[in-house]
Design a protein around this ligand. Structure first.
Ligand SMILES: [Zn+2]
Length: 278
């Protein structure tokens, strides 16, 4: 089982990998800059080499870069759109330097231009960013479908994939909290949801799944992560979810609010008891 959590990149790549090792993870995810924007720090060769060596030595099999939240590939406004493409492109370059397999980006919000126009814009952004030569895959994240947010339905992703020039460089990042609140009933009908995903998108494109419990109910379209076992999905769900036979190729990444990742990984993977909450 490939499972890990979001770790900090503030002290560099080696420290990020060390944090993952310390929680007995086999995967990790990080931002390479502040999630709310700001300039990215330069990568230091020695730190990169040390981090890569540690990842190999300690069995970190899968790494994910999450692009900053401020990116909006569907933005109608030209400066926002250009900035989004630049940041995505830089994170793809960094992924290749670090040996990171997947770069996650939020699908984007049309902010009033309409779904059709928003999807066209995302396709344009991906076409202008990807050459097809990349050594990394860009994953569109499934969202809760709040407001003008795109990617709350599989149909949006399916449409984007059908229009882009390099669909082979694009995959999908699921999120249990986002998809549940978008209306996909993972708890009562996981097989049905995965069948629909396979029909519309293809399970081979599903590379990463963010595993978060949710403070909000099914179909609420509100994205509020909760600690594993304390939300509307419930602990039992996660233990069976990660063992689903159609998900064994997927990297699972925790992004829960309290961040007791070591214990949450032990609970999900090893059936250890969940830590009590203060
Ligand atoms: Zn995300």
């Amino acid at each position: 089982m490939i499972i890990g959590a979001h770790v900090s990149f503030a002290k560099g790549f080696h420290a990020a990998i060390q944090e993952a090792v310390n929680m007995n993870a086999t995967a990790c995810q990080f931002f390479t800059r502040s999630p709310r924007g700001g300039k990215a720090k330069d990568l230091i060769d020695r730190d990169v080499e040390k981090g890569k060596a540690l990842a190999v030595e300690r069995g970190i099999q899968s790494m994910v870069i999450h692009t900053p939240y401020i990116i909006n590939l569907a933005a109608p406004k030209e400066d926002t759109f250009t900035a989004a493409k630049e940041i995505l492109s830089l994170d793809i370059q960094r992924a290749q330097i670090l040996g990171v397999q997947n770069v996650v980006v939020h699908t984007g919000s049309h902010t009033g231009s309409g779904e059709k126009q928003g999807i066209k814009r995302i396709v344009q952004a991906l076409d202008e960013t990807l050459t097809g030569e990349e050594q990394t895959t860009v994953l569109l994240e499934m969202m809760s479908g709040h407001g003008s947010e795109l990617g709350g339905t599989m149909d949006h992703i399916q449409e984007i994939l059908s229009l882009v020039k390099h669909p082979e460089k694009i995959g999908v990042c699921g999120d249990t909290c986002h998809m549940y609140t978008a209306g996909y009933d993972l708890v009562q009908d996981l097989d049905g949801v995965l069948d629909e995903f396979n029909r519309k998108i293809g399970l081979d494109r599903l590379r990463v799944f963010h595993v978060n419990d949710s403070k909000m109910p099914l179909g609420s379209h509100k994205d509020r992560h909760e600690d594993i076992g304390y939300g509307t999905l419930g602990g039992d769900f996660f233990q069976s979810f990660v063992r689903h036979d159609k998900l064994q190729h997927v990297t699972f990444i925790l992004e829960t609010p309290t961040g007791v990742y070591k214990e949450e990984i032990a609970y999900i993977r090893d059936n250890a008891p969940l830590p009590p909450r203060s």
